[in-house]
Design a binder for this molecule. Structure first.
Ligand code: ARG
Length: 290
């Protein structure tokens, strides 16, 4: 089936399905964006280097491979069009944060990404979501706010602000919010160093957090510590589909840690996206929370 007809069928089905009907999509619905205008054209995190540009053709192949893995493992995909002039739009985790039929739109820290907001807003609205905006501070969506069951884990310090997280929690009726400080600029979004696997278990690179933050996380959820070498390959930036986990390539130690806890790992090469500071999870936004 062509990409276009698949998108049409997805959209048509979507219109007649209650968005939060979890049983229809047991491995979740995810928003992705084809890397049609993906590039590194500015530097807003330590990974971006204007002298080390991504290979566009390879990026497309790597993205398609990730896309196939999500579908093959039972995930359902929705697509937002890649609007020209927004080279980071492919990182849909930063579109906002969704719970049920409500979405809080991102309010990007840097002007370079603020142009994406109206496109993501239009997408959410076209799918019938009630869209909220935060009124102060910045908020970069699921990049800095991840659910594990009913608990919302938030990261602040580089891209998102605590005031904004409070507002997000309020809009989405979050029962418990745990906000922690990120301290290492290489791990500037929470999803680069923390990954909930179940309600009770998460992967973490502890070196990315303040002492207090790490303690707060440890009180809330069991943590599997990953080594720095794997963290630098973005291993925490994984897509979790039940007990299947799509992980960036080259992280054998962490794959073994996951296998010991009963997870199957599916490594995918995402080198061209790591050049912009993102990998598997950054490239997808969860549209229904577990
Ligand atoms: N170049 C993008 C930025 O700096 C990468 C975003 C990665 N996304 C994420 N959810 N961690 O904003």
């Amino acid at each position: 089936m062509s990409q276009k007809s698949q998108i049409c069928i997805n959209t048509a089905l979507y219109m007649v399905v209650i968005p939060e009907n979890k049983n229809l999509f047991p491995h979740g619905r995810w928003l992705v964006c084809k890397p049609e205008d993906y590039d590194v054209r500015y530097k807003i995190n330590p990974w971006m280097d204007l002298t080390r540009l991504p290979d566009k053709a390879l990026a497309r192949t790597q993205w398609m491979n990730l896309h196939h893995h999500i579908l093959r493992l039972g995930g359902w995909l929705e697509y937002v069009h890649h609007e020209e002039g927004n080279p980071d739009m492919v990182f849909t985790a930063n579109a906002g944060l969704v719970k049920g039929t409500e979405a809080v739109l991102s309010r990007f820290r840097y002007a370079e990404r603020q142009g994406e907001e109206r496109h993501f807003q239009a997408w959410f609205e076209s799918r019938g979501y009630t869209v909220y905006r935060v009124s102060s501070g910045s908020f970069e969506g699921e990049g800095d706010a991840l659910f594990a069951g009913e608990v919302l884990f938030c990261g602040w310090g580089f891209r998102s602000d605590r005031v904004a997280h409070e507002e997000v929690g309020h809009h989405l009726g979050v029962k418990k919010l745990v906000a922690v400080e990120l301290t290492d600029p290489r791990f500037y979004h929470l999803d680069t160093c923390f990954c909930p696997l179940t309600e009770k278990l998460a992967l973490i690179y502890p070196g990315a957090f303040s002492k207090l933050g790490l303690e707060a996380l440890g009180r809330e959820i069991e943590l599997i510590h990953v080594p720095e070498a794997d963290a630098l390959q973005f291993v925490c930036n994984a897509v979790v589909l039940g007990s299947d986990v799509i992980v960036p390539a080259g992280c054998a130690t962490t794959y073994a840690l996951l296998a010991a806890r009963g997870f199957r790992t599916y490594p995918v090469e995402l080198s061209e996206f790591i050049k912009a500071g993102g990998a598997a999870k950054c490239l997808s936004l969860r549209l229904d929370q577990r």
